[in-house]
Write a protein that binds this ligand. Sequence first.
Ligand SMILES: *Cc1c(COP(=O)(O)O)cnc(C)c1O
Length: 399
Amino acid sequence: MSASSATAAPRYRPETRLVHGGTLRSQFGETSEAMFLTQGFVYDSAEQCEARFTGDEPGYIYGRYSNPTVSMFEARMASFEGAEAARATASGMAAVNAALMGQLRAGDHVIAAKALFGSCRYIVEELLPRFGVASTLVDGIDLDQWRDAVRPNTKAFFLETPTNPTLDVIDIAAVAEIAHAAGATLTVDNVFATPLFQSPLALGADCVVYSATKHIDGQGRCLGGIVLASHEFIQTHVHQFTRQTGPSMSPFNAWVLLKGLETLPLRVRRQTETATALSVMLAGHGKLKRLIYPGRPDHPQAATVRKQMRGGSTLLALEVDGGKAAAFRFLNALKLIRISNNLGDAKSLVTHPATTTHQRLTPEQRAELGIGDGLVRISAGLEHPDDVAEDVLNALKAV
Ligand SMILES: *Cc1c(COP(=O)(O)O)cnc(C)c1O
């Protein structure tokens, strides 16, 4: 196996790194990345085996620790993100769990933004406290709330931006500064922005996590996740945690996700164009109470969007007039856009957060997050933008 020359060439632009970064070629010189479906590895001698275990000789030992196809995915992602190191995981939640559990121990305190993906909120609000890690949830937009929540034992800050499903945008650099002043780290869930449009590490975050299930696969096939950070962060907090507890990514999924990365910029740019077109078309529409899109000048945090994002979003949120009944009429009247809780897919998808992804929250908690019963989230796909637009306009007639 040899690393392709592009691996060690950061001078290439992101699109190029997404096609060539991390490629390891076997003795057969294959064009496409090989899929190494193997649990283990064999050694030429007992001495070599010993050297692998002591770490004196680099190389593979066991599938739970690492695998060549998974390594290619990690290296390609690290090169794209501008991270020194990465660990791929079986799902996005395994990545979030590894990043947080790996850093924290009983007696520590974590501060997180309230507007979190449901399972992330479960980890912070319910799981960590079971192990003696106290947590405080804040309104991520309000920097004073982050400052005021700091305690002497605060070790980690956690946020996602843009948030799900109301697409609020949190100032990563400002929160990183507060975290570092408190002696804590900042971990950012960058799923909604995608690595194409936002680079949390460059903005001061210490760790970035993804659900690769979303835009990185982008075609609805397999689950995956990844944690990206400095060598030191990964070695100190993530390496042993993932190695010993085993949330490993399957080599098959790593292969699918590697191929996904090759087309990520094409897909995400096209999906963003469609979402932007929808946001322009729907502005001021009589059936809507609210339209939220990070690319619009009337977005509540438009200045932060300009400061930290290189593009809008593949998602937009609408609040139809008439609550749940109206939202359901809209969803049921869509013919092309499919009802699903997923996002970032080639197929345009629509979600009613109040009855699905955010059902676990109380009505008060939802109200606090701006998730009304009429709120609908649309993930723009790769269909012709006019077909998507016509479907939305037609369905709004049913509201
Ligand atoms: C989907 C998602 C996750 C969880 O990812 P899985 O791959 O489903 O485990 C975490 N955070 C955000 C923002 C997500 O959208």
